[in-house]
Design a binder for this molecule. Structure first.
Ligand code: SF4
Length: 441
């Protein structure tokens, strides 16, 4: 087969890191079958759009991306979260070739085969054993489960993705080991509810090397910690067993970083949201985690303007932020996503109040984040190098996840390599970023 004749697919990946992992799986399969990736829609044989359907604004973005693909190419396959409710897509773009929901890899591939059959030559189309990744070579997302057993009232992910289905520990570890062998220096452990990992498997053991490993969050984190790369835990809920992971952080096995989507602090709002682990005394937990692991970075997200949120419930959230001193936070205004049970709660909060609260929360948090970053000035931090350019070289400290947190801008007496971990002396900070000089390689 002449490689120039390989069918070309243009791919758009929208949404969260979990959707990105789905995209990587589809692309890995396509490459294994001899398809090539095109840089532009124009000139590709077809376009796949992996959509996000979490918020109405994300749906709008997804519809926009489909529209663009239809205009520039005309042969379009839609998959992902928004594909679980195909009506809106069919109405706007009746010419779309196929629409499937999240994780329906086989259906996506079938649709591609129907539209443009593969021209496979295993000698030309070898796929590296770690698969194709959309993240830079030095970091990767490691998805440990799909779906979610919680039923938060603002969220339709369980409807879209179903109940929790965990991978066995051995399966996750095999993938992690391949990624590390391929040069990955940082693994982001993700799922909808990372701390619930393995509950569906009743935490069953699976054979790994000369031992067996339980499908339990802490056991898995410990094994991953032995791979010798940065391990970052995302989307963790404050269940009591998270305390055991703090121990792994103080031992340097996993990064002292937790991404915990608290969403609110007032107990009544949390009850209306049906949040997991909401009954636990989170301020006391945070304090004990920080006592045990002073370098811990906490990231979180919050929703303002949830149905019925009163001025005093919102004030509780601001007070809680002052006490919790979360390092970094994102904030969303509540959106009545179609299908979310919270919409039936009534008492919607007016849009202008949502905006006022959003501004107030962000201003309060900015002050806290700036203060917390300032404490790092004068310290030495490990930094993983993300970008080496003619004028700017930057990376991330252990407290910064890619894409959502800040950067460390570096000066160095020798040229750095992307993926290298260096020690930097931090000289100054601003609202989100640190600046420093490399003091050790
Ligand atoms: S934990 Fe709640 S917000 Fe997260 S996916 Fe599950 S139901 Fe949705």
């Amino acid at each position: 087969m002449n490689k120039a004749a390989a069918p070309k697919v243009s791919f758009v990946s929208l949404g969260c890191p979990k959707a990105l992992v789905d995209s990587e799986r589809i692309i890995t399969r396509l490459r294994a079958e001899g398809y090539e990736l095109a840089r532009k829609h124009d000139g590709a044989d077809l376009v796949i759009v992996n959509t996000c359907g979490f918020l109405d604004s994300a749906k709008q973005e997804s519809l926009g991306a489909i529209g663009e693909a239809m205009a520039e190419n005309g042969k379009v396959i839609v998959t992902g979260c928004m594909g679980a409710e195909p009506e809106a897509i069919e109405k706007a773009y009746p010419g779309v070739l196929s629409i499937t929901g999240p994780q329906q890899y086989e259906s996506v591939l079938d649709a591609v085969h129907r539209a443009i059959p593969p021209l496979h030559d295993p000698h030309l189309d070898l796929v590296p054993p770690q698969g194709i990744r959309l993240t830079p070579r030095h970091y990767a997302y490691l998805k440990i489960s799909e779906g979610c057993n919680n039923r938060c009232t603002f969220c339709i992910i369980p409807k879209l993705r179903g109940d929790l289905v965990s991978r066995t520990a051995a399966d996750v570890l095999r993938e992690a080991e391949k990624l590390v062998a391929a040069g990955v220096k940082e693994l982001m452990v993700i799922s909808q509810d990372t701390s619930a990992y393995g509950a569906d498997l009743k935490y069953a053991d699976s054979p790994w090397k000369d031992r067996s490993v339980r499908a339990k969050f802490v056991d898995l984190a410990r094994e991953l910690g032995d791979l010798g790369v940065w391990i970052r835990l995302q989307y963790v809920y404050p269940y009591p067993h998270v305390d055991d992971v703090i121990e792994l952080m103080t031992d340097g096995k996993v990064l002292p970083y937790l991404d915990i989507p608290f969403q609110h602090a007032n107990p009544e709002v949390l009850k209306r949201m049906k949040r997991p682990a909401a009954q636990d005394k989170t301020l006391a937990r945070i304090k004990s985690w920080r006592d045990a692991c002073p370098d811990l970075t906490l990231r979180s997200t919050f929703i303002v303007g949830f149905p019925g949120e009163t001025d005093s419930e919102f004030a509780d959230l601001l007070d809680w932020l002052d006490e919790a001193q979360i390092d970094r936070a994102g904030c969303f205004k509540y959106e009545p996503v179609a299908g979310a049970t919270a919409n039936a709660l009534g008492n919607p909060v007016a849009e202008e109040i949502k905006t006022q609260r959003w501004n107030a929360l962000m201003a309060r948090q900015r002050k806290i984040s700036t203060q917390r970053l300032k404490r790092k000035v004068g310290t030495r931090q490990q930094v993983i190098v993300d970008e080496v350019g003619p004028t700017v070289t930057k990376g991330r400290s252990q407290g910064d996840a890619p894409q959502i947190d800040g950067s460390v801008y570096l000066s160095s007496r020798r040229t750095l390599r992307v993926g290298e971990v260096v020690t930097a002396k931090i000289e100054r900070s601003d609202d989100y970023d640190l600046h420093g000089t490399v003091a050790g390689f």
